[in-house]
Ligand binder design. Structure first.
Ligand SMILES: [Zn+2]
Length: 356
C-alpha cells in the first residue's frame, strides 16, 4: 500500500460536549483513540462533535461523530453519512448502528460521521451547501482556509480519513433522485488498494457494482470523499441506497446489512452476512445531463431497462413548451432518474449503466 499522505495538523478542531457512554478499565491491546477532541477508550463508545470554526463571514458548523472502540486491535472503519444533506437513509441507518454496535465484542474501531454536511442537512438542500453553493463531494481533500464546504472536507480528511484503514461514504439518491441501490468501486490508483476496495464492495452486499475508472489519482485533488481515502492508500467504497428524501425501512436495512457484511469481511466481527454471490458489474455508465433549464418530466422509472434512443424524459420551459428531450445513449438500466421538476441546463437528469 502507498504510504498515506499526512496533511499538516493544526488545532482549530475542538470537541464539543463529549459523552462517554461506557468505559471498561480492563487491560487491552488498544490505546484510547482521539478524533478531534472526542476520545474513546478501548471497550467504550464516545460521541461528540468536531467543530469547523467560523471564518470569512460564515458561522462555521459542527460534525457529529461517534467512535466505537473495540477492546482488541483491528481495522479502523470510517462510515460517513450525510455528505449530501438530503440523503436521509444512511443518516438514519447510522443512528441505529450507534446503539447496535457493542465495543466489548468488536475488534478494531468504527468511526461514524452522523451528518457530514450539517449546513445542507439543516438547510434542506440537494447537491449544494446553502453556505457557499459548493458540492461537498467535489471539494476534497478540502482547504483549512477555504469556504465552509472546503473546511468541512479538510476536517473530515485530517481527523477521520487519515486515521481510518477503510472508508465507506454512505449515500443514497439525493432529495430529488429516484435511485436503485448500487455501490461504486474505484479502480484508479494503486492496484492493491483497488483490489481491497473490490472486496469491500462485494462484502457490502449490493448486487450492482459500478466500475469507476475515472477518479483522479492526485491526493491533493481527490475531489470525492471515498477517492480521498483511495488516493491516500486506503480501500474505500461509495454506496447508494434509497433516495427522494424518503426514510424507508428497505433501504435502511440494506445499509445495516452492508455494514454488517463489511465488519465480518474485515474480521471486526465473527457474524454478519456473506458477500454478494453474483455481482452485476456495471462496466459502462453515463450521467445524462439536461440540455435546457425548466421543468423535467421523467418518462422512465429507476431500475427500468431502456434501449438506445429510448425517451428518458423531457424538459419544458416555464410556460409549458417542450424544449428538450433526453434519450438513452445506449442499451442499459436506469440507476437513477431525477424525480422532481426543477432542472438547470447541465445538471444530471439520469444515470444509465450496462453490465456488458
Ligand atoms: Zn450523494
Amino acid at each position: 500500500m502507498r504510504v498515506p499522505v499526512r496533511m499538516p495538523r493544526h488545532t482549530p478542531v475542538a470537541a464539543g460536549a463529549m459523552l462517554v457512554l461506557s468505559a471498561c478499565g480492563s487491560p487491552s491491546a488498544q490505546s484510547p483513540l482521539a478524533v478531534g477532541g472526542v476520545t474513546a477508550a478501548p471497550g467504550a463508545v464516545a460521541s461528540g462533535t468536531l467543530e469547523v470554526p467560523a471564518r470569512g463571514g460564515d458561522n462555521g458548523t459542527v460534525i457529529p461523530v461517534t467512535i466505537v472502540r473495540g477492546r482488541s486491535a483491528g481495522p479502523t472503519l470510517a462510515l460517513f453519512a450525510g455528505t449530501h444533506g438530503a440523503e436521509y437513509v444512511p443518516i438514519i441507518a447510522l443512528q441505529r448502528l450507534r446503539s447496535a454496535l457493542d465495543p466489548a465484542t468488536l475488534r478494531g474501531t468504527v468511526i461514524m460521521v452522523h451528518v457530514g454536511n450539517m449546513p445542507s442537512f439543516l438547510g434542506r438542500t440537494v447537491y449544494y451547501s446553502p453556505a457557499d453553493g459548493k458540492n461537498l463531494n467535489r471539494v476534497f481533500p478540502g482547504r483549512p482556509d477555504g469556504t465552509l464546504s472546503e473546511r468541512i472536507a479538510d476536517v473530515m480528511t485530517r481527523e477521520i480519513i487519515d486515521r481510518a484503514t477503510h472508508v465507506v461514504d454512505l449515500h443514497c439518491g439525493d432529495g430529488n433522485e429516484s435511485l436503485r441501490p448500487y455501490t461504486y468501486w474505484i479502480t484508479t490508483g494503486d492496484p492493491k488498494v483497488a483490489a481491497a476496495s473490490r472486496e469491500m464492495a462485494l462484502a457490502f452486499g449490493l448486487e450492482r457494482i459500478v466500475v469507476d475508472g475515472t477518479r483522479p489519482t492526485d491526493p491533493a485533488a481527490s475531489l470525492y470523499l471515498s477517492n480521498t481515502a483511495v488516493t491516500r492508500g486506503k480501500p474505500a467504497i461509495t454506496t447508494e441506497t434509497g433516495g427522494m428524501a424518503l426514510v424507508d425501512e428497505e433501504s435502511i436495512a440494506l445499509v445495516e446489512r452492508g455494514v454488517a457484511g463489511l465488519m465480518r469481511h474485515l474480521g471486526m466481527r465473527d457474524d454478519g452476512p456473506a458477500p454478494v454471490a453474483s455481482p452485476i458489474w456495471i462496466k459502462q455508465n453515463e450521467v445524462v445531463r439536461a440540455g435546457a433549464t425548466g421543468l423535467f418530466f421523467p418518462a422512465v422509472a429507476k431500475a427500468q431497462a431502456v434501449t438506445k434512443g429510448a425517451l428518458i424524459g423531457h424538459i419544458t420551459d416555464f410556460h409549458g413548451a417542450r424544449v428538450a428531450e433526453i434519450r438513452a445513449p445506449f442499451d442499459g438500466e436506469i440507476l437513477y432518474i431525477i424525480g422532481t421538476p426543477p432542472i438547470s441546463k447541465g445538471e444530471p437528469v439520469a444515470m444509465i449503466g450496462r453490465s456488458k
